[in-house]
Design a protein around this ligand. Structure first.
Ligand SMILES: O=C(O)CCC(=O)C(=O)O
Length: 286
């Protein structure tokens, strides 16, 4: 498997990669304490098949059907989300007003999808309190050829003006094995003191932004002596993670595009970071 992140290759070896632990044994959530313990032990919960696959694929189809002709490969259905290799000129810059992703995160079908009570109830179990979803919910869409992905980071560096008691849910909207741009988690990294990864921030392809840790995933793994944990995500799976776990994503190199949603929950009695209280737009700077 040829993998890279932001154009920097990373060899798919047992030294650098390992499997995410599935928490399917804890579903449906009957024992909130066991779920919380697993989340805090691993820094994440991998919940295969938590959502209805057909519903997830229907959302995928709705989103990709918003693009003009020529964007999807001829003879394919929007639900498949297969890139033609060409983005029509009239598609605005990703995620800003006028782009389908901008409209989509403000639409009723998207609201219904992220408002699924299964997710809200899970968040309440994990926070051990009534949970509220933050209104800034991000739709991430990558296609092959861009060599763009999420750099290694912790969520807390993007939400440090509010309560750190946050849980993030990452939902692939379609099948998402590593070459489609899967998310990867640095093993046990929620326990690392930030000083340990601070020096990595000097190796970056975005020197003006100190929030991300590093764009070079091999260097990150070797420096911190940990593997990247991955899975062959399928539509219906959900990842949950803590705000201090280091994670990143891989470049999309398949014809099938990478589409995902991330949502964040806080306890209803906590004060959230104010930058997360309005709908997401790719140019909102948050
Ligand atoms: O989808 C991605 O590439 C990044 C997602 C992420 O960082 C998150 O959900 O916290």
């Amino acid at each position: 498997m040829d993998l890279s992140s932001n154009g920097v290759p990373i060899p798919f070896t047992p030294e650098l990669f390992g499997p995410l632990r599935s928490s399917a044994d804890l579903l449906p959530p009957r024992d909130p304490l066991a779920l919380r313990e697993r989340l805090h032990a691993d820094g994440y919960l991998f919940l295969p098949g938590l959502l209805d696959r057909a519903e997830v694929l229907a959302l995928r189809g709705r989103y990709f059907s918003l693009f003009p002709p020529g964007f999807l490969a001829p003879g394919t259905a929007p639900e498949e989300g297969v890139y033609s290799g060409r983005t029509p000129k009239d598609v605005p810059e990703y995620g800003v007003a006028g782009h389908p992703a901008y409209e989509f995160v403000r639409s009723a079908p998207f609201d219904r999808f992220v408002g699924n009570p299964v997710l809200g109830e899970l968040a309440a179990h994990l926070l051990d309190f009534k949970a509220e979803m933050l209104p800034r919910r991000i739709l991430r869409h990558f296609h092959r050829g861009t060599r763009r992905a999420s750099r290694a980071h912790v969520d807390l560096d993007y939400m440090d003006e509010g309560s750190p008691r946050v849980v993030t849910m990452w939902t692939p909207v379609g099948d998402c094995p590593p070459p489609t741009g899967g998310l990867v988690y640095l093993e046990g990294s929620h326990r690392l003191p930030p000083e340990e990864y601070e020096p990595l921030r000097d190796t970056t392809d975005r020197p003006a932004d100190r929030r991300q840790i590093c764009h070079d995933l091999e260097l990150t793994a070797r420096t911190l002596g940990r593997r990247w944990l991955y899975a062959d995500f399928a539509a219906g799976d959900v990842m949950v993670h803590l705000p201090r776990v280091i994670h990143a994503s891989l470049d999309t190199t398949t014809d099938a595009m990478r589409l995902s949603v991330d949502t964040r929950f806080v306890r209803s009695d906590d004060t959230p970071d104010p930058r997360w209280l309005k709908p997401w737009s790719a140019d909102d700077g948050a």
